[in-house]
Design a protein around this ligand. Structure first.
Ligand code: MG
Length: 378
């Protein structure tokens, strides 16, 4: 029996996870759910899946939901999210909160010996080395849900990682792939929120439009698969049919292909190491007779280069970059800065940063906080 806790159950990954649980039926039980503030949707989820505990980060919203459902155990704050992540009955935690706020509950779940289905990329971007050392120490499975990493994870089944020559991460290129520099200066929030292939939350959709998302994914892949950054390549593949590839040292390349739908990597994480019949109809190759590939333009999309540089610089650079990017994306969504401002301001912040040692989760939070304060005012 897979007994599941979902951190971020009302977001895009959370609702799709529940769709897959509903589809899989027997053998899957929802133990605990958490949300930031969407209590209307959480209320429906409670009625359908009957979790033992739920948590609402926003304390006022938690109180409001408690009034509606007096007999349901409802927790709040970061402690509530940690209780969801570490519930004694849970054996698989889907980590799908948006942003670095998901780091601590995920770390506590690992410490409690839970297997993790990881959709929150900030966990490994900010705390890669630290988090992976805990995964080894507590001997838990870390199963990626991000489509690219799920693709690589699936390609590596039965393989010896010694034989990897390259990981090839595909990127759709986002909505502004073919824009000129002048057009990029006039990008609106509405345009940036329209992804051509994927339907996702706001933060990751904006990150996809700047290619920061791919940068974060390279960092995530470096830690998840323990591969040096110079063996990870990014390729633009506008059709989003090949989700990523692995090249082995004999020259053979394995790729994972499917419809661009998160239902597939989510289901793989839930059924791993098995497979079960999926939700989508069989894939029709004849509908995608052209698959294109080209290199990313890091001049038009500086965020990708900034992320790769942060990974090479190591230390506190990735954590700082990730936190600053989160704030800048938020400022763009609020209409305070332009789309180009995200990359330009991030570049200034990164050039000022000097690395700090990371010895604990507290160090990560201090670095994260300092970067946020700087990014809020630059
Ligand atoms: Mg992805």
């Amino acid at each position: 029996m897979k007994k599941i806790s979902i951190l971020g159950s009302t977001g895009s990954i959370g609702t799709s996870t529940l769709e897959v649980v509903r589809h899989l039926g027997e053998g899957y039980e929802v133990i605990a759910l958490s949300t930031r503030q969407n209590i209307d949707l959480l209320e429906q989820q409670i009625k359908e899946f009957r979790p033992k505990i739920v948590s609402v980060s926003d304390p006022q919203k938690a109180q409001e939901l408690q009034k509606r459902l007096p007999s349901q155990e409802i927790l709040t704050g970061i402690e509530g999210a940690i209780a969801v992540a570490t519930h004694p009955e849970t054996n698989l935690v889907i980590s799908a909160m948006s942003g670095v706020i998901g780091l601590q509950p995920t770390v506590e779940a690992i410490r409690a010996g839970k297997n993790i289905g990881l959709a929150n990329k900030e966990v490994l971007v900010s705390g890669g080395e630290f988090v992976m050392s805990l995964v080894k120490k507590h001997n838990v499975q870390l199963i990626p849900i991000d489509s690219e990493h799920s693709a690589i994870f699936q390609c590596l089944v039965g393989e010896d990682s010694q034989n990897i020559r390259r990981l090839i991460l595909t990127a759709s290129g986002g909505p502004f792939r073919d824009c000129t520099a002048t057009q990029l200066e006039q990008v609106t929030v509405e345009q940036a929120l329209k992804h051509p292939n994927w339907s996702m939350g706001a933060k990751v959709t904006i990150d996809s439009s700047t290619l920061m998302n791919k940068g974060l994914e390279v960092i995530e892949a470096r830690w998840l698969f323990d591969i040096p950054s110079d063996q990870i390549q990014v390729v633009i593949h506008p059709q989003s049919i090949i989700h990523s590839m692995v090249e082995f040292n004999d020259g053979s390349i394995k790729a994972q292909l499917s419809e661009p739908s998160m239902l597939i990597p989510i289901q793989y994480a839930l059924t791993y190491p098995q497979r079960k019949p999926g939700i989508l109809p069989p894939f029709d190759f004849l509908q995608s007779e052209v698959l294109q590939f080209h290199l990313p333009d890091t001049v038009k999309f500086p965020c990708l280069a900034l992320a790769l540089n942060a990974l090479k610089a190591g230390g506190s650079f990735p954590c700082t970059m990730n936190a600053a990017n989160e704030v800048l994306v938020d400022r763009f969504l609020q209409g305070q800065i332009g789309w180009m401002g995200i990359g330009n301001k991030l570049e200034q912040l990164m050039s000022r940063h000097s690395s700090v040692n990371i010895g604990s989760i507290k160090d990560l939070f201090d670095i994260d906080q300092a970067a946020r304060e700087e990014a809020a005012t630059i």
